[in-house]
Design a protein around this ligand. Structure first.
Ligand code: FES
Length: 316
């Protein structure tokens, strides 16, 4: 098949703005995007910079944007990506500075992984022979241990794009791996740290990390599990958990969201600064005619919703 690759080129040291090069190749349909890029580098343009190693979706080094989203180039079959026009757009990963062409600086990624203390800290003296862990606990961790640290989830994280301090999905999934490990002795301390700003409560659940992870680690699901664990052990004095509790309370009692009450309860009744910060939002809502009803009445069927909540609470 004939495919045209539109590749973003950029060399910060050259002092020129980024531009796109077009390469048209005849390739077999079993080719991956990485196969094609290597052919370009070998036969057409030796100056094209990219990273790869295993070519088997194991090392994680060939992650890049293909048609606007992060993928492993060695796992991306050309026939799945060539649009009707036969063109594939290739760019470096997002949320990371570009070193050259498709090669990005991974230091910010690694420093965040390091920030979650990504190793076991067992309690007490080590056992004589080995730590015995129930199979079920390790099965629960198997999914998250599949992470190959490719950075696809971080590349497409929409929170990180607007807040560089966010720990981001890869580091938080790694944190879950140790929090949920029965051998770890400092899970509570980990959860305390993760509940602070830039941690588990800053995820907006956009699902990008779940969709882009090539190993089905589902980082967002791990973040939600960390939130539940943090609340279970009592780290509830933060906007995120108050927000979550307020929504649950509102839906349980009326069958729908009390949009006036939730922001106030989330910020905290005595958090005057945050409450004052809501005034412009309230004013804009008023101007646009979007102020929620002052008296929040239950919706028809609210009793059924309440019963669902009560059943779930009993199961807990
Ligand atoms: Fe190793 Fe693609 S080259 S994951």
């Amino acid at each position: 098949m004939q495919v045209s690759f539109k590749v973003r080129r950029f060399d910060p040291e050259a002092g020129k703005p980024p531009y796109y090069d077009q390469y048209t190749l005849d390739v077999p349909d079993y080719f991956t995007v990485l196969d094609a890029l290597l052919q370009v580098r070998d036969e057409v343009d030796g100056s094209l910079a990219l990273r790869c190693s295993c070519r088997s979706a194991i090392c994680g080094s060939c992650a890049m944007h293909i048609n606007g989203h992060a993928h492993l180039a060695c796992k991306s079959r050309i026939q799945n990506f060539a649009s009707k026009t036969g063109e594939i757009v290739v760019e470096p990963m997002g949320n990371m500075p570009v070193i050259k062409d498709l090669v990005v600086e991974m230091k910010p990624f690694w420093s965040k992984v390091q920030a979650v203390t990504p190793w076991l800290i067992p309690e007490g003296p080590p056992p004589q022979r080995e730590y015995v862990v129930p199979n079920s606990a390790m099965l629960e961790l198997a999914g998250v241990m599949n992470c190959i640290m490719c950075g696809c989830c971080v590349s497409d994280c929409t929170v990180l794009t607007v807040d560089k301090s966010f720990l981001a999905p890869a580091a938080l999934a790694k944190a879950y791996r140790f929090v949920a490990d029965p051998r770890d002795g400092v899970s509570e301390e980990r959860l305390r740290e993760l509940s602070k700003r830039s941690g588990i409560w800053d995820c907006t659940r956009c699902f990008e990390c779940v969709q882009q992870c090539p190993k089905n680690v589902a980082p967002m699901e791990r973040i939600l599990a960390l939130r539940a664990k943090a609340m279970e052990v009592g780290f509830t004095n933060n906007i995120g958990s108050r927000h979550s509790e307020s929504i649950a309370r509102s839906v349980k009692h009326s069958g729908w969201l009390d949009e006036l009450r939730v922001p106030i309860e989330s910020a905290g009744l005595f958090n005057i600064k945050a409450l004052i910060g809501y005034i412009p939002v309230g004013f804009r809502a008023l101007v646009k005619g979007k102020v929620p009803p002052i008296i929040h009445r239950p919706r028809p069927g609210a009793d059924s919703v309440k019963r669902i909540f009560e059943k779930l609470e009993v199961r807990k």
